[in-house]
Write a protein that binds this ligand. Sequence first.
Ligand SMILES: N[C@@H](CCC(=O)N[C@@H](CS)C(=O)NCC(=O)O)C(=O)O
Length: 202
Amino acid sequence: MYQLYSNPRSPYSKRVHIYLLFRNLPYETIPVALEKLENRKKPFIQINPYGKVPVLHDEGFYLAESSAIIRYLEEKHSFDPPFFSKEIQSRALLNQAINRCESEFCFPGSVLYFAKKFVPEEKWDKNRMKDSMKRIGRHLDILEGILESNNYLHQNQFGFLEILYAPFLNQIELMEIKLPPQVEKWNKRVLSEESVVSALND
Ligand SMILES: N[C@@H](CCC(=O)N[C@@H](CS)C(=O)NCC(=O)O)C(=O)O
């Protein structure tokens, strides 16, 4: 059975929980207490020298990075329909969207979330936060354009992208970001998907 090293407050870990539930793959959770810095000590640091969760364990094989884990599992199993189509340009467009999700939404989102949740306001790096807001705003406008004629971001079905976005969409209120109307509807669709509800409420 798969083992997932994870932390209940980690949005990157949540992505893999959502995926495993969505694909009905049995797994066991191994909690890593980030608050006790367990991730910076042995044995975890030997598993992932970057000291970050999630990490998947599959019979002696260890893999970190949420997106790489989901891709590995998706390639290992043959699901129908697969997230990655056999058509090369469709796959390339999905990869493009994955990279944009990470760099233009989740990363700047983490900057805002971390500051607002853990740093006193007088210590905020306001320029960095303003830049993050701007990048997220531009990204959401681009998503709005796609969602004007689609219910989901890729091939018009709940998939890899929604799994990557979901834990971050769930934190949108704390980031004080206003979603454009079609993105708001998509947000509701994504956050009401069964696997998302189960993983985020766990
Ligand atoms: N790019 C990584 C990011 C993982 C990540 O940043 N994990 C955070 C928790 S959400 C972590 O383990 N932080 C602990 C630390 O950096 O000390 C992924 O997609 O898995």
